[in-house]
Design a protein around this ligand. Structure first.
Ligand SMILES: Nc1nc(=O)c2cc3nc(NCCN4CCCCC4)[nH]c3cc2[nH]1
Length: 382
C-alpha cells in the first residue's frame, strides 16, 4: 500500500499562495495534508473511488495533483463508515495525493428519486436500490470527514437553469444558511479545508449577495455552483465575471462541473483556479479523443486505415504509441483497451492544457498562448 497518511501533527496547514497573475488569470498553489495542488488545476473525477479505466499511478503520471470523489455515491456504496474502517479513501483507492469531495446535493437532484428538500436537509431514495437516506449539512461533512477528503464542500442547493428569480433566490438563501451550519459543523483536521459554494443562478445581484454572505462566514476556498447546468457558455462567463471579483483574491476559486477545454480556457482567463468534469473520462469510454487540434471521434470509419498516432508529440504513451486504425478497431469492437487508452489520452490532454496555462501565466504570455491554443483548435484534426 502507499505510505501511511501524514500524521495530523506533521500535516501542513491548509493554505493558498498566489504566485503570479496575468490579466485576471492566476497562478497559485493550494497546500493540503496530502500534498500541493498547482493551479490552475483540473481534477479528474473519481466518483466511486476510481478514475474509471485508469490506475491511480497513470492518473498521477498525467500531472493530476488532485481527484474528485462524491459523497452521494460513496455513502450509498460502499458506505462512508466502511471506507473509514479501511483507513479512509486515500488508502482505500491507493491515491496518496489530495482529494476533494462534492457534498452530495447536486448528485441527489440529478440522480436520486423521491427527493424532498427541507430547511433541515434533503431526503431521497437511492437510485441503486431505492433505500431511503437523508443528507444534512452536518451529515454531509461527517461523511466527507469519514472519507478523509482534503477539501470538503458545503451542502447546497443548485437550481437548473433557466429558473425564475424567486426560485433562484430561495435556493441561494437556503444554501447560505446551510453554509453557516457547515462552517459550524466543520472540524477541519490540520491540512483540511472547507469550501463555500456561491449560488444565485444567472442573476448577478443574487450572486453578489451569495458571495458576500459566504465571505462574511469565511471559508478556505469558494466554489461557483449552479453553473454548467444547461446555460449557454456566454451566460456562464458573464456569471464568472460578476462573481470572481467579489471573492477574496487570497483564496482558491473552484468552478464546479466545468468543463470542455474551451470552458476551462475561458474560466482561467476570468480568474478561476480549479475545475472538475467527467468529460475527459466519459468521452474516452465513448470513443472520443481530446487532442491539441480538437476532438477526434474514433468510431468514425475515416480512421480505419490511418497508421498515425493521435499525437506523435505527446508524452502520453496512449496518444503516441498506438495507431488511429487500432484505436478505431478497439472502439468499434467494444474492447476494454479502447476505453482505457482513450481515457488516458483525454486525462493527459486536459492535464497538458493546464500545465501549458500555468506556464503561460508564470511567464506573462497568457494572451498569446490562449490565442495559439484557440488557433490550433480551429485548425482541427487533419
Ligand atoms: N455541490 C454542488 N453544487 C453545485 O451547484 C454544482 C453544480 C454543478 N454543475 C455541474 N455540471 C456538470 C456538467 N457535466 C458536463 C459533462 C456531462 C455531465 C454533466 N456539476 C456540478 C456540481 C455541483 N456540486
Amino acid at each position: 500500500l502507499t505510505r501511511p497518511d501524514a500524521a495530523p501533527s506533521e500535516a501542513p496547514a491548509f493554505g493558498f499562495a498566489l504566485h503570479a497573475t496575468d490579466g485576471t488569470a492566476r497562478r497559485g498553489t493550494v497546500t493540503t495534508a496530502h500534498g500541493e495542488i498547482r493551479t490552475p488545476a483540473f481534477m479528474p473525477v473519481g466518483t466511486l473511488g476510481t478514475v474509471k479505466c485508469l490506475y491511480p499511478e497513470q492518473v498521477r503520471a498525467t500531472g493530476a495533483d488532485i481527484l474528485l470523489g462524491n459523497t452521494y455515491h460513496l455513502m450509498l456504496r460502499p458506505g462512508a463508515e466502511r471506507v473509514a474502517g479501511q483507513g479512509g479513501l486515500h488508502r482505500f483507492m491507493n491515491w496518496p495525493h489530495p482529494i476533494l469531495t462534492d457534498s452530495g446535493g447536486f448528485q441527489v437532484m440529478s440522480l436520486a428519486k423521491l427527493r424532498k428538500i427541507t430547511e433541515k436537509g434533503v431526503t431521497f431514495q437511492s437510485h441503486v436500490d431505492g433505500s431511503r437516506h437523508e443528507l444534512t449539512p452536518e451529515r454531509s461533512l461527517e461523511i466527507q470527514g469519514l472519507l478523509g477528503s482534503d477539501i470538503q464542500m458545503q451542502l447546497d442547493e443548485c437550481v437548473a437553469l433557466p429558473a425564475d428569480r424567486r426560485e433562484m433566490e430561495r435556493a441561494m438563501e437556503l444554501s447560505l444558511r446551510w453554509a453557516a451550519r457547515s462552517k459550524a459543523a466543520f472540524f477541519g483536521r490540520r491540512g483540511h479545508g472547507l469550501f463555500g459554494i456561491v449560488q444565485g443562478g444567472d442573476d448577478e445581484e443574487l450572486r453578489a449577495r451569495s458571495a458576500a454572505g459566504l465571505v462574511e462566514i469565511g471559508f478556505d476556498g469558494y466554489a461557483l455552483g449552479g453553473l454548467a447546468v444547461g446555460e449557454p457558455q456566454e451566460v456562464m462567463f458573464r456569471v464568472i465575471e460578476a462573481t470572481a471579483p467579489a471573492l477574496p483574491a487570497d483564496r482558491p476559486r473552484y468552478l464546479m462541473g466545468v468543463g470542455t477545454p474551451q470552458d476551462i480556457l475561458g474560466g482561467v482567463a476570468r480568474g478561476i483556479d480549479m475545475f472538475d468534469c467527467v468529460m475527459p473520462t466519459r468521452a474516452g469510454r465513448h470513443g472520443l479523443a481530446y487532442t491539441r487540434y480538437g476532438k477526434v471521434n474514433l468510431r468514425n470509419a475515416r480512421h480505419a486505415d490511418d497508421p498515425r498516432p493521435l499525437d506523435a508529440a505527446s508524452d502520453c504513451p496512449a496518444a503516441r504509441d498506438w495507431s488511429r486504425a487500432y484505436l478505431h478497431h478497439l472502439v468499434r469492437t467494444g474492447e476494454a483497451l479502447g476505453a482505457m487508452l482513450l481515457t488516458h489520452v483525454n486525462v493527459a490532454y486536459y492535464q497538458s492544457l493546464m500545465a501549458e496555462l500555468r506556464v503561460a501565466i508564470e511567464t506573462g504570455r497568457f494572451a498569446e498562448v490562449k490565442a495559439q491554443i484557440e488557433a490550433d483548435w480551429a485548425r482541427g484534426d487533419i
